[in-house]
Design a protein. Structure first.
Length: 151
C-alpha cells in the first residue's frame, strides 16, 4: 500500500512540474513577443543591421527530394540590442529559424532556413522575410536553386 501511495505521489509531482514548465514557457514567449512589439514600434529602440552574407544566395543544382540548409549571417552595427521579431518564409516548403535572444551591439547572429525540394522540380526562387527593430523593419532574404526532377 505504501509503495502504491509513493508511486501515485511521484506521478502527481511529475505532472505538476511539467505543467509549471509549460506555463512558465508560455509567459516567457508572451513577454518576449511583447518586448519585440515594443522594440518594433518605438523608433528610439531602432538599431542597424549589416548582412555579412549576401541577402541573395544561389544554391546551384540539387536533386528533387533533397533538403537544403541556407544561412545568412548578420551583425548588429547599432547601439541598441537587435531584436529579430520574426522570420517568415514565403511558402510551406521552407522553414526558417531566428535567434531568440536580442543581439547585443557589435555581436553577430544567424538566420537559418531549410528548403524541402520534394515536389518542386525546376528553377525555384524562395524568400524569407525578417522583421527586426531596424528603420526599414523588414528585410527580404532570397535564395535560388535549380531542382533536377527525380526520374
Amino acid at each position: 500500500m505504501k509503495y502504491i501511495f509513493l508511486a501515485l505521489l511521484s506521478g502527481l509531482l511529475l505532472i505538476a512540474c511539467n505543467t509549471n514548465d509549460k506555463k512558465a514557457e508560455g509567459r516567457s514567449n508572451k513577454m518576449n513577443d511583447s518586448l519585440a512589439q515594443k522594440a518594433m514600434s518605438d523608433s528610439t529602440n531602432f538599431t542597424t543591421i549589416q548582412w555579412l552574407d549576401s541577402t541573395t544566395q544561389d544554391l546551384g543544382k540539387i536533386n528533387e527530394g533533397q533538403m537544403v540548409e541556407i544561412s545568412w549571417r548578420f551583425r548588429n552595427t547599432g547601439n541598441k540590442p537587435l531584436i529579430i521579431a520574426n522570420v517568415s518564409p514565403g511558402c510551406g516548403c521552407t522553414v526558417a529559424d531566428k535567434p531568440e535572444e536580442p543581439i547585443a551591439p557589435g555581436n553577430e547572429g544567424v538566420i537559418k532556413a531549410r528548403f524541402d525540394s520534394k515536389g518542386h522540380p525546376g528553377q525555384a526562387t524562395k524568400n524569407v522575410n525578417v522583421r527586426a527593430n531596424t528603420k526599414d523593419n523588414v528585410t527580404t532574404l532570397l535564395f535560388r536553386v535549380y531542382v533536377t526532377k527525380q526520374q
